[in-house]
Design a protein around this ligand. Structure first.
Ligand SMILES: C[S@@+](CC[C@H](N)C(=O)[O-])C[C@H]1O[C@@H](n2cnc3c(N)ncnc32)[C@H](O)[C@@H]1O
Length: 323
């Protein structure tokens, strides 16, 4: 477990510190802050087991859990869990065999989330949620223990984003993924705006551009990105701030990769061709690659995009094909 950054309470970026953010969200935990409420369309059927008061202190900008393809039995961690909305939605999906942990640094948010977790557990008939005090920059969890990390409108608030991506990478199992809803700006936010405490707390001036977000993630060895724009949230000083859902995977080491090395792969479309690792894959054309590369293409998120041709494959024994 990493507690290297846990004690650095005054961690700051320009003139904004983590203490400023905590103060901001301590107030938002006890009284709804309208300026923080982005439009999020939760599916009402996902909310039926959740007390309605949770929505009053829900300050997310998307619905990462709905985009995370979470399976029963998985272990999900939500960073900056606030009042707990995404943890409560996920608790039903992962079921009694799965586990959900929410991490937040603001005690009044944690107190609210823990109070509502009891009701959620009663409604579900099992208790698989825990809320832990902790920082995005020092996640209070073991290495390689988590299947999926989610976060809803929080990475922009961190004053040390490099450390956040390192920590997400550390706690994910090989092949694990992050699914992050966050505010993304269409160009870099100038330092003057970054120093504005109010705009930082409102999830505006700490926002990254897509390029910055991808670079932080790539530096920490994530791959297989998908970037989905949800909506334009605000325009401040002519900078456009969008809500996005961003997904990426932690690589699987070659010795643990799925399937033996295979040499021919066929890109399945729908584009006429794609380029990956400096190789061209025209749709429908067999291309020879080395075994390690084929194994990578046989894993998420590429698996559905490529057909792996195994030269050792035997015809199916099942003659019911025509029946
Ligand atoms: C915009 S709110 C989002 C809350 C929740 N995800 C939701 O959708 O309602 C941000 C939350 O992240 C927490 N937070 C911000 N920066 C953090 C950090 N560096 N470490 C831990 N929690 C943090 C705040 O305390 C707050 O509860």
């Amino acid at each position: 477990m990493n507690d290297r950054r846990a004690g650095t309470e005054t961690e700051s970026c320009g003139e904004v510190s983590r203490d400023d953010v905590r103060e901001f969200y301590s107030k938002a935990a006890v009284a709804t802050q309208e300026s923080l409420c982005c439009p999020v369309n939760y599916d009402p059927s996902d909310l039926s087991h959740i007390p309605s008061e949770v929505m009053d202190i829900s300050y997310g900008c998307g619905s990462p859990v709905n985009r995370a393809n979470i399976a029963p039995g998985e272990f999900m961690v939500d960073l900056g869990s606030g009042g707990g909305i995404d943890c409560f939605i996920a608790a039903k999906i992962v079921g009694p065999e799965g586990k959900v942990i929410g991490v937040d640094m603001t005690e009044p948010m944690l107190a609210n989330a823990r109070k509502h977790a009891e009701l959620v557990a009663q409604n579900l008939g099992y208790n698989n949620i825990e809320f832990k005090h902790g920082f995005l920059e020092a996640i209070p969890l073991d290495d390689q223990s988590v299947d999926v990390v989610t976060s809803n409108c929080v990475i922009n608030l961190s004053t040390d984003k490099e450390e956040v991506f390192r920590e997400i990478h550390r706690v994910l199992k090989p092949g694990g993924r992050f699914v992050i809803a966050d505010i993304i700006s269409d160009r870099p936010v100038p330092q003057e705006m970054r120093n504005n405490h109010e705009l930082w707390g409102e999830c505006v001036s700490g926002a990254l551009t897509l390029d910055e977000f991808i670079n932080y993630s790539k530096r920490t060895d994530f791959h297989g990105f998908t970037l989905k724009k949800d909506y334009l949230w605000k325009v401040v000083e002519s900078i456009r701030f969008y809500s996005y859902i961003l997904t990426a995977y932690k690589p699987v080491p070659v010795e643990e990769s799925c399937g033996p090395g295979k040499v021919q792969v066929i890109y399945a479309g729908p584009l006429p061709a794609v380029t990956f690792k400096n190789m061209q894959f025209p749709m429908g054309v067999a291309v020879e690659v080395d075994g390690d590369f084929a194994s990578q293409l046989d894993c998420h998120p590429y698996r559905d995009m490529f057909n792996i041709i195994d030269s050792e494959e035997k015809p199916s024994d099942d003659d019911s094909c025509c029946g």
